[in-house]
Design a protein. Structure first.
Length: 300
C-alpha cells in the first residue's frame, strides 16, 4: 500500500541522512586506514625479468657492473677467481665485490687465520693493491661483501650471522686517507632497526638506499627464507657519525632447480645505467654445476 505524500517525504529524508552518515563514516575509515598504512613508496617492488647460468667456479660468490672504463664487462667472483698468490697466504674466500662510479674495483677477502680482512683493489689505471683491516675485538672475521657509496668515499661491509649493524670504512684507494701500508680503520657504523641474517651482498641504488641479498635459511626474521632486503638509511654514510638503517623485506629470491635441497643466495648488483638488479642464487647438490643462476630484476 503506497505511503501518504508526507510520510513518503519523511522516509526519503531519513534515507538520505542515513546515506550521508554512511558515506562520511566510510570516508573517515578510509582516511584513517591510509594514514596508518606505510607509504607506497617506502619500499620498491622488483619483478623478475630473466636469468643467466652462473658458473660455479667463477660466478658463484659475487658480481658487479663496472662503469669505468666505458664498455667494461661485468665482473664476477668465485673460488676460481682467487689468485694463487693470495690463497697461499691464507686469503681463501672472496666475497661480493663492488666498483665505484669513478672506476675503483674492490674485492673482499677473508682468512681463517690472519686475524684480519683484506680488500684487493684495482685502480682505474689497472694497478692492483691490497688493504688490510685488523679485526677489532668482537668483530666477525667474515668478509662476504662490500658496497661503495655513490660518492665513492665510503665502503660498507657486513658480518656473518644474525646482525644489527654494517661496518663503514673509507673506500680503499678512492678515499685519499687510505694507504696499502697502513691499517684500514673502521670509520663508523650503520645501526639497523631490524636484525638481518647471513647477508651475502649489498649494493647502493641511491645515496641512502641499499638492496641486500640474505641467505637466511630459517625465515624467522621476516617470514620468508632467502629474502631480498631494502635498507633505507637516515643519512649518507660518512666517517664522522653513525647512521641508522630501516630494514624492509621485499620478496623471496627465486629458488628453482632440478635438485632439491638448500639453495644459497649470493652476491647482488644494481646497474644504475639500465636499472637492472642482478642476484646470484646457487642451486643445491649436483645442480650447483648445472642450473645455478644469476637472476635479473627490474623495478615495478
Amino acid at each position: 500500500m503506497p505511503l501518504p505524500p508526507v510520510r513518503r517525504r519523511v522516509a526519503l529524508a531519513d534515507a538520505a541522512r542515513i546515506a550521508r552518515a554512511s558515506f562520511v563514516a566510510l570516508a573517515v575509515a578510509t582516511v584513517t586506514a591510509l594514514s596508518a598504512a606505510p607509504p607506497a613508496a617506502a619500499a620498491d617492488a622488483w619483478t623478475e625479468i630473466g636469468s643467466d647460468r652462473a658458473d660455479p667456479l667463477t660466478e658463484s660468490q659475487g658480481l658487479t657492473s663496472v662503469e669505468v672504463p666505458a664498455g667494461s664487462a661485468n665482473r664476477y667472483t668465485g673460488i676460481g677467481t682467487i689468485p694463487l698468490s693470495l690463497s697461499v697466504r691464507g686469503w681463501n674466500h672472496v666475497g661480493d665485490p663492488d666498483a665505484s662510479y669513478g672506476g675503483y674495483y674492490v674485492e673482499p677477502y677473508q682468512s681463517d687465520s690472519n686475524g684480519a680482512k683484506m680488500y684487493r683493489v684495482q685502480a682505474p689505471g689497472g694497478a692492483w693493491s691490497e688493504y688490510v683491516h685488523a679485526l677489532a675485538p668482537g668483530e666477525a672475521l667474515n668478509n662476504s661483501w662490500v658496497a661503495i657509496t655513490p660518492d665513492s668515499q665510503w665502503m660498507l661491509s657486513g658480518e656473518w650471522g644474525t646482525m644489527t649493524r654494517f661496518l663503514v670504512f673509507p673506500t680503499p684507494g678512492a678515499n685519499a686517507s687510505t694507504s696499502p701500508s697502513a691499517d684500514l680503520p673502521q670509520a663508523s657504523t650503520v645501526r639497523l632497526d631490524h636484525a638481518v641474517r647471513d647477508v651475502q651482498g649489498c649494493d647502493f641504488t641511491g645515496p641512502t638506499t641499499l638492496l641486500c641479498s640474505s641467505d637466511d635459511p630459517a625465515g624467522t626474521l621476516f617470514g620468508i627464507t632467502k629474502p631480498l632486503l631494502q635498507i633505507d638509511l637516515s643519512a649518507q654514510p660518512n666517517g664522522g657519525s653513525d647512521v641508522t638503517g630501516h630494514v624492509t623485506a621485499l620478496r623471496q629470491l627465486p629458488l628453482r632447480s632440478s635438485c632439491s635441497g638448500a639453495f644459497e643466495a649470493e652476491g647482488v648488483d644494481y646497474d644504475r645505467r639500465s636499472g637492472t638488479l642482478r642476484v646470484i642464487v646457487v642451486s643445491p647438490g649436483f645442480c650447483v654445476l648445472t642450473d645455478s643462476k644469476t637472476y635479473r630484476f627490474t623495478r615495478g
